[in-house]
Design a protein around this ligand. Sequence first.
Ligand SMILES: *[C@@H]1O[C@H](CO)[C@@H](O)[C@H](O)[C@H]1NC(C)=O
Length: 536
Amino acid sequence: MLSKQLDRHLIFAMGLLVALISNVESANVLLSGAFGDGSHYFTMAAIGKTLVDRGHNVTFLISDEYSNRATDPEHATIFNFKMFHLPGLKKRMDKIFDQTAEMVFAEDWTIKRMLEMKDTFVSVNRDACESVLNDQRLMDDLAQFDAIVVDVIWMCGLYAKSFLERHRGIENIRTTVLAPMTPLPYIFQEAGSPFITSYQPAPLTSLTSDMTFLQRFRNTMTYIFFAVWGNNMAVTGFASDFVEKYDLDPRLESSVSDHVDLYLINIDFSVEFSFALMPNVIPVGGLTTRPAKALNNELESFMQSSDEQGVILFSLGTYVGSLTKTRPDIIRMFINAFRRLQHKVLIQLKEFPAYKMPDNIKVMEWLPLNDLLGHPKTRAILYHGGNNGFLEALYHGKPLIVMPLQADQHDVAARVIANGLGNRIDKDHLTEDYIYQQVSEVLVNPNYSANAKRLSAIFRHRLTTPASTAAFWIEHVIQHGSDHIRPPTHNLNIIQLYLLDIAALVVFLLLVILFVVRRVLRWCCCMNKLPKSKHE
Ligand SMILES: *[C@@H]1O[C@H](CO)[C@@H](O)[C@H](O)[C@H]1NC(C)=O
């Protein structure tokens, strides 16, 4: 009797223990959003904030050269920070951004330069990852995490995971890859999710899902280029030396797929061309979207001074913000075009032009774009086409004029146009008239604003916010692992996957049938002919 009661208590206690262990009450989550700066960091921080709201312990892995993050009041109070040490990293990153900004308006944009850029990226990524793996104290700290979320352009966390598995005997660290940009071929490959070039536009093509024969050809070739280029840059770039040097899982040499549980992609189907997804790929587009906060007095009174006409926002992002120095002629063109508008214009520029601004223009070093997009006086935004800005404008239902400068900004422009959300400005053919025309078109034609409101309503009609969706799925794989959402594609080789063997068999069988039919026909003919010939 007594033992039975004891058993009951034991079973209850064990049940409680299991519940505690399997319940993701508070998980230790490590976020690695590039090195601690830029849009990739901020997209990751949006997930981090939601994880903190849900009771998790969130730590950012950043470079100590961006240690100002750890004192930034908005992040320091909610996140922990772990830092790796690579002297000169910030300088190298700044140089990459300067070079990119310079290249944007250069005439000689070539594949060669793109390949050079890839090499620079790979070498920075390799050195940064080496500083992580060589730091034994840091690696000891990383061993305590239940989950790691890495950015798609720096997946060092996956190497760290393999290191911890092989050298510290740590198991069950769950991993998520976050892709903050438009659909990337190499990520879909890693995820085992199809990328079908008959209707899925490849990066930089500016194509939609409706393509002619020649466009499908270009799309397929571009897809192959980016699948290889991207894989080389972000997946296998420095894997082979690392696998040997640090004794990591050899499968990392060709793919990270065996070390990833979940892929989060920053797209939303309200504005994305439809395509199929594997269950391990979760669309969480609009991670940085949130209601607008009140503006400061200076900005608010400028907004109100615009009367009925309203305000246009103009920003080329933080990286190209020093255009005043490098290309004053371009800034001048924009200002001359804006001068002709009835509207007020708010400009974000790192350095102010020396000449006097027209009365309807206000230049500021930094603009709270999300809050401005949500302001009722804002009519449209002219910007470089970053993916976060696109989804924020969608959230607030504002039309866009996109001047894509690089990378997936061209894809954003294609989506803006295909959805009737605005138009684009071609950076290679800038004139004052052309800028004025493109901007006026979006302001005068009410369809853009109507489409923006309609699609915004579609985007907002959802079960929960994108950041909550992301946090939920990270919890889901911490709790249940990912065997149930793992795609079968990685068990197949390329011949099996694309059914080339089956196609070959079908062709062979058709040939056999053709051969047999021909034989039979010939035999029949002969039978017919033979008696005739006998009669002759
Ligand atoms: C939260 O994470 C930090 C390190 O990032 C660690 O020092 C701390 O112990 C963790 N807290 C809990 C309650 O696990």
